[in-house]
Design a protein around this ligand. Structure first.
Ligand SMILES: *Cc1c(COP(=O)(O)O)cnc(C)c1O
Length: 369
């Protein structure tokens, strides 16, 4: 086996940020000169262009994606005594958003092949307390939106999109973000569109949510120092907003490059020991992550590390089995597909700046495994 000199990680943020350093620093200088550090014109500029990117009327910049989930649920009036249905296999922040409001997350299993929330398992979890379903576009691939929306319509529930991993993904050729009441985004540095700092946001087509969210993120005030309700300090910073405006211009190109790499993995990886995420016809993923499963995950990781390739695990423990939710009484076997995924997943190298040679090398190593 040829072994590269360079380590190939799951994600390398350095390469992208070196390329755009000059442009980002110029943007930072403008923020600095205006001392527009908290909210302000640079955040507003980003909000406008991000709403246009998602094809929605409004975007609200926030301090992170976890706050986006929290505030979107508050804007729907969800709180103590309510239940919100979410997939068991997601980053834990989807569940935090529900818990912060005082409501209870109810975990549903994913399908065995798309690894997205399984619409066939949702209705059995609906009770008189259920108020909303949050679908997650996990790994950048849209979930079965129409099926989930039909269930919401039938049972009079709200639908939210957790699009934290899916900036630019499309569902039947329509960008994610406008399918539910609101869609929540993370601009954590490692996401496809990541700020130089912590950031998040919500997009919506509904004016009443938009105005309420503006107040909620800013201490519950519409008139300065008059507080209509208990609010939060969850504004986006100016430096984050400015860096996001620079990066948004490149996002479509970066996403295309990820799709190209994914296509090579899909076409050239021929090892039957490696199982990939099924690609439903409606989904055009942006491959935030390229996750595969294999029978002996630890063995594959060890082998790849020996090739100087360093995959990651997203995520090793499903939400319903996390210690933080032990009080909810879930047990092993409640969500078998999510549990299988957690025990067998491996995230292959996936970022726009991977070279063709690196991709070839990863494929060669995996095919020899
Ligand atoms: C990253 C992420 C979040 C949380 O976003 P932060 O900006 O890290 O708070 C929520 N949901 C999913 C699916 C995520 O991947």
């Amino acid at each position: 086996m040829i072994r590269t000199e360079n380590k190939i990680p799951c994600l390398d943020l350095q390469r992208q940020h070196q390329q755009i350093k000059k442009e980002v620093f110029e943007a930072f200088e403008k923020v600095y000169e205006k001392t527009a550090f908290s909210g302000g014109p640079f955040v507003e500029e980003f909000e406008k262009s991000f709403a246009a990117f998602c094809g929605t009327k409004y975007a609200i910049g926030l301090n992170n994606g976890t706050s986006a989930l929290h505030l979107a649920l508050l804007a729907l009036g969800i709180g103590a005594g309510d239940e919100v249905i979410i997939p068991a296999n997601t980053f834990i922040a989807t569940a935090w958003g529900v818990s912060y409001t005082g409501a209870t997350p109810v975990f549903v299993d994913c399908t065995g092949d798309t690894w997205q929330i399984d619409p066939a398992r949702i209705e059995e979890k609906i009770t008189a307390k259920t108020k909303a379903i949050i679908g997650v576009h996990l790994y950048g691939q849209p979930f079965d939106i129409d099926a989930v929306k039909n269930i919401c319509a039938k049972h009079n529930l709200f639908m939210l999109e957790d699009a934290a991993q899916a900036q630019g993904a499309t569902y039947n050729k329509v960008p994610v973000g406008g399918f539910g009441e609101m869609a929540c985004f993370s601009f954590y540095p490692g996401k496809n569109l990541g700020a130089c700092g912590e950031a998040g946001g919500i997009v919506t087509n509904t004016e009443k949510y938009y105005t309420h969210l503006q107040s909620l993120r800013n201490h519950g005030m519409t008139v300065r120092y008059y507080h209509d309700e208990v609010g939060f300090n969850m504004r986006m910073g100016g430096l984050e907003g400015a860096s996001l405006s620079v990066k948004l211009k490149y996002l479509a190109g970066w996403n295309d490059r990820r799709r190209q790499i994914a296509k090579r993995y899909q076409q050239e990886l021929v090892n039957p020991k490696i199982v990939m995420q099924a690609q439903p016809a409606w989904a055009n993923s942006i491959y935030h992550l390229f996750v595969v499963t294999t029978a002996d995950r630890d063995d594959l990781v060890k082998y790849l590390n020996g090739c100087n390739i360093f995959p990651a695990l997203h995520y090793p423990v499903p939400c319903h089995l996390q210690k933080a939710y032990a009080n909810l009484g879930y047990k092993q076997g409640d969500c078998p597909n999510a549990e299988y995924l957690a025990a067998h997943c491996v995230s292959l190298p996936m970022f726009a700046e991977l070279t063709d040679e690196e991709v070839s090398y990863v494929i060669e190593c995996l095919n020899k495994y």
